[in-house]
Design a protein around this ligand. Structure first.
Ligand code: SAM
Length: 278
C-alpha cells in the first residue's frame, strides 16, 4: 500500500478520532500494511469502520476491550457502538468470523475462546499502562497472533513519566492539567505527603480522591519503562523493538533523586512507549 499520512490524519480529524490515536496508527501503518488482514485491537473499540475498512482495507477487525457501562467512549460514540454492537467475550468462540467488526467486552487475559494464530496483527493504543495482568495478557496476545504476525503497542502516560499517575478526579485535577499534581510527585512523595500538599489547594475531599487514584486504585499498572521491556522479554518474543515517545528532558538533580528513590530505573523522560513485538 502507498501510505499517505496526510490522508490518514485528515480522516482522523474528520471522524473525531483522537490525535494520539492518529499518531499511533501512523506509526503502525508506516511499517505494516493492514490490507486484507485480520486485526485484533486490545483495549480499544472506538475506531470507526470508515477508517478500518474504507481506508485500511482490513478484512476482519476484532476488539477486546473492557467496556464499562456509562464509560466516556459509550457516551461520546454512541452511534458507533449502536452500529457495531457489543458482545460478551465469553461468546467469542461462536461469534468469531461471523462479522467483519466484532467488539468483545472483556479482558484480553480471558480471550482463551479465540482460535490460536487467528490474527495477522494485534494493535493496542494507550492501553498497556492499564493492563494489570500483563504476563497473562501478553501470553494470550502471543498465542492469538500468527507466527509471522506482529503485536504493536503505543501506550502512555506510563508510571515512570512526569504524569504517570494518570489520574482523573475532575476537570481541574487530572493528568492533563499541568502542575495540578507536581511533576513526578507520584514518584517523589508518600501518600500522606501528597495528601497534605494537595489539600491546601483542593480541600480534603478532592485531595483524598487524588491520593486514592494516584497510589491505591487499580486504574493503572504502575510499571516503569524498564518493567515493560522485562515483561516483553519474559513473554518470549524473539524481536522486541521498543522506543520512548514524547520524551521530556529531566534535570540532572531530579534524575539523580528519582534514581535514588527507585533503584534500577533510569528512563524517566519517556511519556510513553511504542513497541513492535514478534
Ligand atoms: C485509555 S483507554 C484507551 C481506549 C482506546 N484505545 C482509545 O485510545 O480511545 C484504555 C482501555 O483499555 C481497556 N483495558 C484495560 N485493561 C484491559 C484488559 N486487561 N483487557 C482489555 N482491555 C483493557 C480499558 O477498559 C479502556 O477501554
Amino acid at each position: 500500500m502507498v501510505y499517505d499520512d496526510e490522508v490518514l490524519q485528515n480522516l482522523c480529524a474528520t471522524l473525531g478520532v483522537a490525535a494520539y490515536q492518529g499518531q499511533a496508527l501512523s506509526q503502525l501503518l508506516a511499517r505494516v500494511d493492514l490490507k486484507g488482514k485480520r486485526v485484533l485491537e486490545v483495549g480499544g473499540s472506538n475506531l470507526p469502520r470508515e477508517l478500518i475498512f474504507d481506508l485500511f482495507d482490513v478484512k476482519e477487525w476484532v476488539s477486546i476491550d473492557i467496556i464499562a457501562e456509562g464509560s466516556y467512549q459509550l457516551l461520546q460514540q454512541s452511534t458507533h457502538y449502536q452500529r457495531e454492537g457489543i458482545e460478551p467475550l465469553n461468546k467469542a468462540s461462536s461469534l468469531i468470523g461471523t462479522k467483519d467488526y466484532l467488539i468483545l467486552d472483556g479482558a484480553i487475559e480471558f480471550a482463551g475462546g479465540l482460535p490460536t494464530g487467528y490474527f495477522d496483527v494485534i494493535l493496542s493504543i494507550t492501553s498497556f499502562e492499564h493492563i494489570l495482568a500483563l504476563p497473562s495478557a501478553l501470553s494470550q496476545m502471543k498465542r492469538l497472533v500468527e507466527p509471522a504476525g506482529v503485536i504493536y503497542t503505543y501506550h502512555g502516560p506510563i508510571w515512570s513519566s512526569y504524569c504517570g499517575h494518570h489520574i482523573w478526579v475532575d476537570s481541574e485535577i487530572n493528568f492533563n492539567v499541568p502542575d495540578a499534581i507536581p511533576e513526578f510527585g507520584h514518584l517523589l512523595y508518600s501518600p500522606p505527603e501528597m495528601f497534605d500538599l494537595l489539600r491546601k489547594t483542593f480541600g480534603d475531599r478532592r485531595a483524598e480522591q487524588a491520593v486514592l487514584q494516584i497510589y491505591h486504585q487499580p486504574r493503572v499498572n504502575r510499571l516503569f519503562y524498564e518493567d515493560y521491556l522485562y515483561y516483553f522479554k519474559l513473554a518470549g518474543f524473539s524481536e522486541i523493538e521498543a522506543a520512548p515517545y514524547a520524551r521530556r528532558e529531566v534535570q540532572t538533580d531530579l534524575q539523580a533523586r528519582l534514581q535514588t528513590l527507585h533503584p534500577g530505573y533510569r528512563v524517566f523522560d519517556a511519556y510513553g512507549m511504542s513497541a513492535f513485538l514478534r
